[in-house]
Design a protein around this ligand. Structure first.
Ligand code: ADP
Length: 372
């Protein structure tokens, strides 16, 4: 009943093509959807084959919400992580820039896993890769795929309906297909999947719901599809819980890089860089060393950023305590940020990683990580 005979069109025929293929009336497409589809059309004005069976609203969602044309992060914005940068250069950037050289024996893997504590720069690396390789960046968080399911399931429970009654069933799978479909039309492309563990977690034969199993299968099928082809698509998965990953997923993410907490030099760099940007940097080398010592062992890059933010509020809070009105306050009247501001901020901003957790990452790295 849904069969659509191939029709050759003259010029742009986007509305007809997609809406028919997705079993919809032409009028159902609004202007923004049409505009978005038109941007994906080839020089012949036709929508690429891969997109024709996908729902236009999902293609639009991927293009508007998930695709980021200008990720705006450069290598130089990332403190430290020299090892990860070197690996990524070899495995990702060079092959994306010179596909003619990186083929055959030199063909790179298509899946990269970045694992480590939260807030250590995994997303930044994903964005920097897309920026450096002039690739289109797609960012999706697994929870956004699975939470749709969560809401459908809870609705089903509340209403006491069978899940199969919902037309939303398979929504996550459709979105995954749309994501890979649009990415293949926007090559070179980098698909960054945050919290990939919640999508590709180990099979729990009883606990795992049928729906999430299907979502996972669809994802692995899509990965398989571009892995074997000559497509210039790289999948980057990021996780804080690598031990929860399914073995099949682990195998497909051929390179697995540990993104650890920032070293002392990196923490110093983050402090200096953030304060200098705002013209607030007046700390001495000794002060910086003291802050680095106080944050040794468990402060992530993101914790450091929060620490700087909190410390830079110190001079402002002091001025207000002295009775100066915020509306009358001159920027020039504020004293510089000092070591005591950081010491105070350290009581407010606690590290988000424990020593215990660090041990788990290091163990997993020894067992499954890529050392080179
Ligand atoms: P993750 O993806 O590992 O959870 P993010 O890449 O989202 O962490 O980092 C969160 C924020 O923390 C960044 O926007 C940045 O401000 C800061 N940050 C984390 N790691 C670094 C780093 N290595 N260099 C500079 N800033 C960092």
């Amino acid at each position: 009943g849904n069969f659509v005979p191939p029709i050759r069109s003259n010029g742009s025929n986007v509305g007809n093509m997609t809406s028919r293929a997705a079993g919809k009336n032409d009028d159902a497409l609004d202007d923004s959807t049409k505009a978005c589809l038109e941007m994906l059309c080839g020089p012949d004005g036709e929508l690429p084959e891969k997109l024709r069976n996908l729902e236009p609203r999902l293609i639009e969602h991927v293009s508007n919400e998930i695709m980021d044309q200008d990720p705006n992060v450069r290598w130089d914005d990332i403190a430290g992580l020299e090892h990860a940068k070197k690996c990524v250069m070899e495995m990702v950037i060079w092959p994306l820039l010179r596909p003619d050289i990186f083929k055959g024996c030199r063909s790179p893997g298509k899946g990269l896993l970045l694992f480590g504590p939260p807030g250590t720069g995994k997303t930044m690396i994903g964005k920097a890769i897309a920026g450096e390789a002039k690739a289109t960046f797609f960012y999706i968080s697994s929870s956004s795929l699975t939470s749709k399911w969560a809401s459908v399931i809870s609705l089903a429970l509340v209403c006491d309906y069978s899940l199969t009654r919902f037309s939303d069933i398979g929504e996550g799978e459709k979105l995954v297909r749309a994501l890979f479909g649009v990415a293949s039309c926007r090559q070179p492309a980098v698909i960054f999947v945050d919290e990939i563990d919640s999508l590709l977690s180990q099979r729990k034969s009883e606990g795992e719901h049928e729906s999430s199993r299907r979502l996972k299968t669809q994802f692995l099928i899509e990965m398989e599809g571009f892995d074997s082809g000559s497509e210039q698509i790289l999948l980057i998965g990021a996780t804080n819980r690598p031990q929860e990953l399914d073995e099949a997923a682990r195998r497909r993410l051929t390179k697995r890089l540990y993104i650890p907490l920032p070293s002392s030099e990196s923490r110093a760099w983050i402090i200096r860089n953030l304060l200098e940007k705002d013209g607030l940097f007046k700390l001495s080398e000794e002060d910086i060393n003291s802050i680095c010592k106080l944050t040794e062992g468990c402060y992530s890059g993101s914790d450091m950023k929060n620490l700087v933010k909190d410390a830079s509020m110190g001079p402002l809070r002091e001025a207000l305590r002295q009775g100066i009105e915020i509306t009358k306050l001159q920027k020039e009247d504020l004293r510089p940020v000092t070591l005591p501001d950081f010491e105070y901020a350290l009581q407010e901003v606690r590290p988000s990683v424990s020593l215990n957790e660090l041990g788990t990452y290091e163990e997993w790295n020894k067992q499954f990580g890529s050392l080179s």
